[in-house]
Structures are given as C-alpha cells and as structure tokens.
Design a protein. Structure first.
Length: 375
C-alpha cells in the first residue's frame, strides 16, 4: 500500500470512528421510549451526531434517522420518511411521532407483534382501504420498502384524531392515531416535566411582537369608564378567558396596566406581551414525584415559550385578604393536555419598577383535571 493510499485509508477510518464510535453506555437519552427504540436496532455503536444510517435487519432501502437535542441527549430515532421542509409544514412533533412509531412496528419480529402495538395504542393502519393483518396487507416492512420516496404525504388533525396519508404509485397508506400527549411526544409525565423545565431554563429571548396599541376601537366593547375589552374565548369556566383590556387615550387604545385597575392589569400581563417585559416570574415547578425545583425567568420569555402551540386563558380575582390571585391555563391546540400557572401577589407588588411574581407551575395535566385543580 502506497503512503498516499494509507493516509486516505486512515482518514476514512478516522471519519467513520467519529460518526459511529459511541457505545450505548455513553449515550444519554431524552426519554425511555427513544432508548428502547435505539436499543432495538442492536447496533454495536451509535452516531455521535445527527445521522442517517442503514440497518438492513430492521428495514431495507430506507434509512433510520438519529437526532440529538441541544443538551446532547439522543432525542429522536425513527424511519426517515420526511424532509425538513415537510416536517416544518406538517408539524415536526407529528412527523417525528410517525417516524418513531413506524420504527417501533418494524422492530417487531412477527405480524402479531405489529398487531399488538396497533391495539395497544388504538392505532389503525390501512393499505388501499384494507386493515393491517387482512388480505395481502400482512407486512409493513414490505410496504415501506416498496414505497417510492418522496411520496405524497398529507396530515389531517381533527376531533382528537390524527390521520397521515401517503400516496405512491397506485397505493394509499393511511395511519390513523389518537391525539394524546404520551403517544405523540413519546414521553411520560415525569420526562415531559423535566424536558419542559430544561426548555424554560435555556430560553433567554422572546420573539419580537408588534406594538400592541390599537389605532381604532374596532372589535372592542365598552367595559367601564374609559376601559374597553377585546372579548376572547372562554375555556371550561365562564371566568377563564382570553379577554384583553385596553384604556382609551386620545384616539388610541393602550393595553391596560394601571394602578386604578390592579385586577384587570395583572390579568393582562399573561395575555398581552407589551406590559410584561420588566416582570420576572419566580416559578416553583411542581413536577412528577413531588419534585419542586425553582427557576426565575422573564415573564415575556416564559409566555413566548407557549405562544405557538398553546392557547392561553387567564382569570384574576381578589381574595378576602386583599391578595390578588391569577390562574393562567395553557391549553395545547391539538393534544389533550394543559399547563397551569398560579400566581399570588399584591397590587402594590405588581406596580413596582421591576416586579417579581411568585408562581406555582403544574404541567402536562389531562384537560379534565382542571376543575379538580381549581377546587
């Protein structure tokens, strides 16, 4: 072997070792589900970074995607079925779930194992209208291996049910699944609580928002004196809403934050961005297993974390001792769960130059538990 070839060979070996040189014992996982799927690949080593790898004993002709999060945890493993653009359009968490779920099915050794998983998760799988296990549809691996990529894909989310549809050649593959957090996110409550805490701790900035002053009163209703309300949506309780209050100043309507209306002003803090930029939240995060870490975060940064995937509702009232209490509920737009923030303070503490509001934060709660929590 010439020196040039030897150098080339050693370079290739080094590059390969950098990609596939991490034993299972050195990997940290974001969830037990991801760990279970990765261990089901039965590889000696794992990629150190985001990679596409071929595992013929699992599936031929399609890659397995391995991805890490910003904390260095291996956070996703699945059959690679979607481009980044498709995930952006359809929704990454749903595409990741489908990739992860198909990998779990492909790791089953027999069709009975696939059927068992479909029943366990209340999922249906059809090929050209025929349920899995019937007719000629008895091998998911064969279908995925024969599916031309990229296939035409559509995702439908309605009435607590999701449906993914692939059209390729003369065939239509349909996956129907319930929309609940544990299935779609692939985490239990303890894991979800921990991941959300990390996300809050690592969030430093918020998205830019336009000036929230209104130039006209269109869409506003008179509330009292010079105060107007933009009526929002009610959630489970009549008092829990997304109503936002404004004060008329000249020809403009300014988001209300004034000492003469402490209850409405505090409520506004959680529903509109402009008033919360100088406010900090000191949060006690009541996680699974009575674990209660504390964290302090700017209010507008905290609220921005939930602005895309959740609808926010709030209610503020005055207690018998004069204390103000705000209940803030973040309702996930597609999955059946909520987070709840509970803030207790005084009117005096709300209007100091740099308020720090103490809050309890309960997360990843099934929606129907809300009334129980408010008792």
């Amino acid at each position: 072997m010439t020196i040039r070839r030897m150098v080339l060979f050693l370079t290739m070996c080094l590059c390969l070792s950098q990609v596939l040189a991490t034993p299972y014992t050195d990997i940290e996982y974001s969830s037990r589900k991801v760990r279970q799927l990765v261990e089901g690949l039965h590889l000696d080593n794992l990629p150190k970074k985001d990679s596409l790898i071929m595992v013929p004993q699992i599936l031929r002709g399609k890659s397995i995607t391995i991805q890490y999060n910003e904390s260095g945890f291996l956070c996703h493993a699945g059959i690679s079925l979607f481009s980044r653009e498709t995930k952006r359009i359809a929704g990454q968490q749903f595409c990741d779930f489908i990739e992860r779920f198909f990998l779990e099915l492909c790791e089953q050794q027999e069709s009975e194992g696939v059927m068992s998983k479909l029943v366990e998760y209340t999922v249906t799988l059809k090929l050209d209208g025929i349920d899995y296990g019937n007719g000629l549809f008895r091998s998911l691996r064969k279908v995925l291996e024969e599916m031309d990529m990229p296939a035409s894909f559509s995702l439908f989310l309605e009435d607590n049910q999701g449906r993914g549809v692939w059209q390729y050649g003369t065939h239509v593959l349909t996956l129907s699944f319930p929309l609940y957090r544990e299935l779609i996110e692939g985490t239990d409550k303890q894991e979800s609580d921990e991941l959300l805490y990390i996300k809050i701790a690592e969030s430093k900035t918020a998205s830019m928002h336009d000036d929230e002053t209104l130039k006209s009163g269109v869409g506003l209703k008179h509330y009292v004196k010079d105060i107007y309300v933009k009526t929002g949506v009610r959630y489970q309780l009549q008092t829990l809403s997304s109503d936002v209050y404004y004060r008329k100043q000249g020809d403009n309507y300014i988001p209300l934050f004034a000492t003469d209306y402490p209850v409405l002003s505090l409520n506004n803090l959680f529903l509109i961005h402009s008033n919360g930029k100088k406010v900090n939240l000191k949060i006690t995060h009541r996680q699974y297993g009575h674990f209660t870490p504390e964290i302090t975060v700017p209010l507008h940064v905290f609220m921005d974390i939930f602005s895309e995937d959740f609808t926010c509702f709030a209610h503020t009232g005055e207690l018998e001792d004069g204390t103000l209490e705000s209940i803030v509920v973040f309702n996930h737009k597609t999955l059946n769960f909520i987070h709840m923030l509970r803030v207790k303070t005084t009117a005096k503490d709300v209007f100091i130059s740099k308020p720090v509001l103490k809050a309890d934060f309960i997360t990843n709660i099934p929606q129907h538990y809300l009334k129980t929590l408010l008792k």
